[in-house]
Design a protein around this ligand. Structure first.
Ligand SMILES: Cc1cc2nc3c(=O)[nH]c(=O)nc-3n(C[C@H](O)[C@H](O)[C@H](O)COP(=O)(O)O)c2cc1C
Length: 457
């Protein structure tokens, strides 16, 4: 019998009050209001490490959700991802109190130049001894574009084309600029680094001009572990070329499988191997010692969930809550002039306003959601691993730190008994945890720049 497949568990976070479980910040004992305290992050990091989990994955947006009801008022009122803090700045504090867990941070390729980001990420990879990952996003909020000097958003597929050149610049800086043996650090000769082994990159592309050499010192992983979340053809092609871990949702098992196959096909088309891409899903786990404890938690979460928050987060194009529940959704959509908007197009003919609202709330209970006692939860997670083919989960927090504490106390021992959680080795980089090696494989496009090769083409 081969060893059972083991689960990677990250805690899904964002440095704000209301990330994805809208309204729940109000629950007694929830620490979300402390997101601006350093202690919040160091406590969480210790809990994740001592609990045997793999890491903390930080989402980020650089604009406000201002579509719903025509303004950012709902988002501001609810602390919905505004205010928020820069996720990169939280990592050194968490790294200082841990030595095993990884940190994934979201950063957009659309607004800040690659040279500055390359330097920041190398700094983090060095300081954490190779425990960082980057969630590559191109940013979907129109307000973000206006924050960075644009009149409007750059069209979707164009953002991915820019991202493609952006990561190319990063690869040149991270992989190609400093040879592995460039640093000599020899006090006798007074030579710190060998100039012959440090290369300018002289990148002159359509969107970026970067001379180099990289300022960031060569770090354990060089390129941080590359995460991405996507669903569009342009995004899937990008992921096939670049991403190592795809972070995805999926309402049904078929949804997930179709998406995963599309990414693996795209990777193969780029000369990579199907196993070069792993899949981490956003998952909801509500666990209790008894069925009635589980039922209580579910009831409390349901009663405190903010529908306004969900609608504002989804960028719902009109105020659906202003229409009677029993009226047809199509009438409301026509009345609001929102026909054809993607947020409403997904509902089948004949859906009522009430059904649409219920479904919007329930999307949080999709394929990768389980509520139950530890045995029930572990059985379901084993199905996700073995039947659906996921590699890991990003654990959605209903209550901080209650959700993580429950998972650590009740689910981890059960998964351990079943051989589904692996013990971590100190000194392991994040890429080693996922792929067994600290550096990108030779078949990844970043590798072509190693040793200063191919930089000027
Ligand atoms: C689970 C999940 C988490 C995401 N987290 C972020 C995030 O933190 N910041 C962000 O700008 N976009 C985030 N996104 C959005 C993606 O970057 C992307 O815009 C979205 O998946 C649509 O893909 P597409 O651009 O290929 O159509 C997330 C998407 C998913 C599915």
């Amino acid at each position: 019998m081969p060893d059972p497949k083991q689960l990677i568990v990250n805690v899904f976070e964002m440095a704000c009050v209301s990330h994805i479980t809208h309204g729940l910040w109000r629950l007694p004992g929830n620490n979300r209001l402390r997101y601006g305290e350093l202690d919040y992050w160091t406590e969480l990091a210790r809990l994740v490490e001592h609990g045997g989990l793999d890491g903390i994955f930080l989402a980020d947006v650089v604009g406000a959700y201002d579509t719903f009801r025509g303004s950012a008022d709902t988002a501001i009122r609810e602390g919905l991802q505004i205010p928020n803090l820069d996720p990169l700045l939280l990592i050194p504090a968490m790294a200082a109190v841990t030595d095993r867990i990884g940190f994934g941070a979201t950063f957009s390729t659309t607004y800040e130049p690659p040279f500055a980001f390359a330097r920041r990420m190398s700094t983090l990879d060095l300081l954490t001894k190779g425990r960082v990952g980057w969630n590559i996003v191109t940013s979907y909020l129109p307000n973000a574009a206006r924050n960075f000097g644009l009149e409007d958003q750059i069209p979707h597929d164009e953002r991915y084309r820019i991202a493609d050149e952006y990561v190319d610049v990063l690869y040149k800086l991270w992989e190609g600029s400093w040879d592995d043996d460039a640093i000599v650090a020899d006090p006798a000769s007074g030579v710190y680094a060998d100039p012959a082994k440090v290369h300018a990159i002289e990148h002159r592309g359509e969107h970026f001009r970067v001379a180099g050499p990289a300022l960031g010192a060569p770090s354990p992983q060089r390129t941080p572990l590359l995460f991405q979340a996507t669903g569009s053809p342009a995004g899937i092609a990008f992921a096939g070329k670049h991403a190592e871990v795809v972070f995805t949702g999926g309402r049904t098992a078929d949804d997930f499988r179709r998406n995963a196959e599309a990414m693996r096909d795209a990777a193969e088309r780029q000369g990579r191997e199907r196993g070069d891409v792993k899949f981490v899903v956003q998952a909801g786990v509500v666990v209790g010692r008894t069925d009635s404890e589980v039922a209580d938690k579910l009831r409390i979460y349901r009663e405190n969930t903010s529908v306004d928050g969900i609608l504002a987060h989804a960028g719902f194009p009109f105020d659906i809550t202003a229409y009677p529940r029993e009226s047809p959704l199509s009438d409301a959509v026509t009345d609001a002039g929102a026909a054809g908007h993607p947020a409403v197009a997904r509902f089948p003919e004949g859906t009522t306003v009430g059904q649409a609202l219920d479904q919007l709330v329930k999307t949080r209970h999709d394929r990768f959601f389980v509520a139950g006692t530890p045995g029930v939860v572990a059985d379901e997670i084993e199905r996700w691993l073995d039947d659906d083919g996921i590699d890991g989960i990003n654990l959605r927090q209903y209550h901080s730190f209650g959700t993580v504490q429950d998972f650590v106390e009740l689910v981890v021992p059960e998964l351990r008994r079943r051989g589904r959680i692996r013990e971590h080795e100190a000194g392991e980089t994040l890429r080693e945890r996922f792929f067994g090696t600290p550096r990108l494989p030779e078949r990844h496009p970043a590798a072509r720049y190693r040793g200063g090769k191919n930089l000027s083409v």
